[in-house]
Design a protein around this ligand. Sequence first.
Ligand SMILES: [Zn+2]
Length: 432
Amino acid sequence: MYWNERYECMPEEELRELQLERLQATVKRAFFNVPFYRKAFQAIGLEPGDIKSLDDLHKLPFTTKQDLRDNYPFGMFAVPMSEVVRIHSSSGTTGKPTVVGYTRHDIDVWAELMARALVCGGTTRHDIIQNAYGYGLFTGGLGIHYGAERLGASVIPISGGNTKRQIMIMKDYGSTVLTCTPSYALHLAEVMAEMGVSPGELKLRCGIFGAEPWSENMRQEIEKRLGISAVDIYGLSEVIGPGVGIECQEKNGLHVFGDHFLVEVIDPVTEKPVPPGQLGELVITSLTKEALPVIRYRTRDITSLIPGTCSCGRTYVRVARFTGRTDDMLIIRGVNVFPSQVESVLLEMGGTEPHYLLIVDRQGALDTLEVKVEVSDSLFSDKVRGLEELEKRLVNELESTLGISVKVTLVEPKTIERSEGKAVRVIDKRKI
Ligand SMILES: [Zn+2]
């Protein structure tokens, strides 16, 4: 049930002592080895010795993705390159990528955290893990891979793409666990249905999905179509990669591995902490990383802290499943809109596929939102009247959820482009 009970179920008081000790060491490491941090500390008159308790965390300056870009490629590293054994980077779809480095010890910690995560998510050493996260500069593939090997499970390093081969291997090798993005899991289910392969023919029983926000309804859809139990895993390359947190079998929020990461949820505008239960931006401080310590890293991911303890026995703090990213948040006529809200409505209503595209434009001074939605095969062959009714119901439901007027365009099944990694859900023409 646990990979490392001593840390995963550590009494809270003891955990806080360990966190403080590790925070102080991290602050020193950053101050003395990274010019960026030394300057940032000096600018506000802060010295490492000023961090005397965990409550002093708020005194520390934030770190942003832009700071990593400004110090591209290796300027944020706290160790000489001779100690760096691995380099990963973000995709860099907007501007320069962010580059992250790992010492041998960092890789060791990462494998430990991923082994914990896999066990927490329901995997054992007897599982055959089909790892369909991309291998390469992206941290997903190798992160899961090292954790699976540490656990002692059998890992198939298939990487993303080549969907028909994925399904053949899944069937022939008897894969029991699938790891990939939730949108790719859904795509796999779709292709499987086309190939006439039913979930009953597979040994698949569990899915560990992450790297993009996905709704509770999406979980139920994937669980139904693949006949599995699906959990949400969280991580980001700037912090370590996958393995920052994961859901346990309670599926009620993600446990964050508190002996390695400190988390806060702040109001992204005022930068002050928000109370548990209230949505805000997740901020993470690494506690053990050597090559790239991050202090109060602004993840831009939107979540809330979940109060209370979890019945699984882990004492780690939990964060709610992610609503979206501050980057994905669209401001349309002054209203905040997340693609995940649209996804939830579509899955709840039925008659459509959870493949959709939000197109935001501006006509005169007014922002417009168009939602393109794929209709289910069965409905598409239906009468025009049925489609008109569906469109009307969708408009009503979306308008009441989002609080703005929406144009709905129904499109034929399988016409919205599928993704093998992170799905593209928004086209914002106001920016083009
Ligand atoms: Zn739990």
